[in-house]
Design a binder for this molecule. Structure first.
Ligand code: AGP
Length: 351
């Protein structure tokens, strides 16, 4: 088992260190003909739903910003809720982008089958080529992150974001909004980011360890705005799974509409600096307020307490989630928890 972990103490840590390689593999493994087909389907859709659970749902939420940027409205719904929200509106011409790293999650498979019966076309996104999702999809795009053993998903998340970004770029190409050259430039951007992450990972791990030593509360908030808001949700999920710490992901603006009431002196709030300029004013105001109240503030940004890699707005979710994954991991280590196999959780929820 130690050999499988490549010398790391846990699969989760190994898989975080796999992220740079997985990112490059994911973009390089996407075949032109499938991307063209999938993007033509999305471009021609009357209505697009994106479904998934947990971490895959969070990747879907991030992609909704990419699709919105190119003028495409998509509905992101938990695969568990889709039968009650969305299904009734599915007709021929509807498209479901179904995301599942395992490709076996029951909620996803059930929703896909129901949507197909109403005439929807399925674009599957999965890390498992022979999975039920791959078989049920009209076309599927592989995540190609390599096997992920730890229950808390890490490298499949960052690679799923990458695959969805490439799909949005190909869809924009179908719309005549971007050129193939721009798509190639994005692929180079991924390679540059991968290199920077690989170089910085040992420092990020050390930073996470020292921040974890300061965390002694059983509850915390993770907050951000814009394209990094889903990273607040994902960060909070990682704290629950890897460190069994109650954590809530809150929109930066919403923090002031209630949640802040729990944040007394010493209560930790992790703020991910938004990548959008328009959010800067709110971010600075929240920082002042948090400091005035003596709340334990931890910032995630290039140069922050958790010093993420500097990159573009579109790739900032990838760069910002890594320090949070590491922090959740280090907190789990500090609490001596079974990080790779959290009690009562399984890798693929088949019910
Ligand atoms: C992620 O850390 C969790 N283990 C969980 O939320 C997971 O993302 C969810 O169950 C969906 O799994 P899937 O991507 O294999 O469908």
């Amino acid at each position: 088992e130690i050999a499988e972990k490549g010398g790391f103490t846990h699969f989760m840590l190994k898989e975080i260190y796999d992220i740079p390689t997985a990112l490059v593999n994911s973009v390089e493994s996407l075949l032109e003909k499938y991307l063209t087909l999938a993007s033509m389907i999305v471009f021609g859709a009357k209505k697009v739903f994106i479904i998934g659970n947990g971490t895959s749902l969070h990747a879907g939420l991030i992609s909704s910003y990419y699709f919105s940027d190119i003028g495409l409205n998509v509905n992101v719904v938990s695969a568990a809720e889709f039968p009650y929200y969305g299904l009734e509106s599915i007709t021929t011409g509807s498209v479901i982008i179904a995301i599942s790293q395992s490709g076996e999650t029951s909620d996803v498979i059930r929703s896909v089958k129901l949507a197909k019966m109403r005439g929807a076309v399925i674009v599957g996104i999965t890390n498992s080529v022979g999975s039920r999702l791959a078989l049920e999809s009209n076309v599927y795009l592989p995540i190609t992150a390599g096997p992920e053993m730890a229950v808390p998903a890490t490298k499949t998340f960052t690679s799923t974001i990458t695959v969805l970004k490439v799909l949005s770029l190909y869809t924009a190409y179908q719309m005549g909004k971007v050129s193939k050259k721009e798509i190639e430039e994005f692929k180079s951007e991924i390679k540059t980011l991968s290199k920077s992450i690989a170089e910085k990972l040992p420092k990020l791990e050390k930073d996470a360890e020292s921040v974890a030593s300061l965390l002694d509360k059983e509850s915390l908030y993770v907050s951000s705005s814009g394209i990094n808001y889903p990273i607040a949700l994902e960060g909070a999920l990682k704290f629950k799974e890897a460190s069994m710490t109650h954590a809530e992901g809150v929109q930066l603006g919403e923090l002031l509409h209630g949640p802040i009431v729990l944040a007394n002196k010493g209560y930790p709030i992790i703020l991910i600096k938004p990548a959008e300029d328009y959010a800067e004013d709110l971010y600075n105001k929240v920082i002042r307020l948090v400091k005035d109240r003596g709340i334990k503030l931890i910032t995630v940004s290039p140069g922050g307490d958790l010093d993420s890699v500097k990159t573009s707005r579109d790739l900032s979710p990838i760069s910002n989630v890594i320090p949070l994954q590491l922090l959740a991991y280090k907190l789990g280590v500090k609490k001596e928890l079974p990080i790779d196999t959290p009690p009562g959780l399984v890798k693929a929820v088949i019910i």
